[in-house]
Design a protein around this ligand. Structure first.
Ligand code: RB5
Length: 144
């Protein structure tokens, strides 16, 4: 995986998958910033999205991974921050295309919808794939 420093955040529903993804990422030589949550106790996904957005705004990393039950709620919350382009991915093709075309900087995953092996594949592809630029750069600029 190419990005060396990646921030991870999850709510209670995404806690176990976040832990599995951090283990996988660190096993491949990456350094994880674990923003929590740190247990399966209930927390609100918008709060966890805000923590991730703040970490990126502070310049600590330019890549993030967020996990909740579906990936949807935490992605909606994260995308309220202008500097975040969070994409919910259920497969490696979405993970690849959202990097190529959207320059997504945050991968959102649903722990209740995707298995851990698919999620790990999504993470690997998301981090390995470079933005294609060209015509997509004009469109991505309009997102901001
Ligand atoms: C928590 O139960 C659940 O609603 C949350 O993880 C997420 O799926 C929301 O989009």
């Amino acid at each position: 995986m190419t990005s060396a420093l990646v921030a991870f955040a999850a709510d209670h529903a995404g806690y176990d998958l976040k832990q599995a993804l951090i283990r996988e990422f660190e096993a491949t030589g990456g350094t994880a910033i674990d923003l929590g949550t740190h247990s399966a106790d209930s927390v609100d996904y918008p709060d966890m999205a805000d923590v991730l957005a703040r970490c990126m705004a502070d310049g600590r990393t330019d890549r993030g991974v967020i996990v909740c039950g579906t990936g949807i709620g935490i992605a909606i919350a994260a995308n309220r921050h202008r500097h975040v382009r969070a994409a919910v991915c259920h497969d490696v093709t979405s993970a690849r295309l959202t990097r190529l075309h959207n320059d997504a900087n945050v991968l959102a995953l649903g722990a209740r919808l995707v298995g851990s092996e698919v999620a790990k594949d999504c993470l690997r592809v998301f981090l390995e794939t470079e933005f294609e630029g060209g015509r997509h750069a004009r469109r991505v600029a309009k997102l901001g």
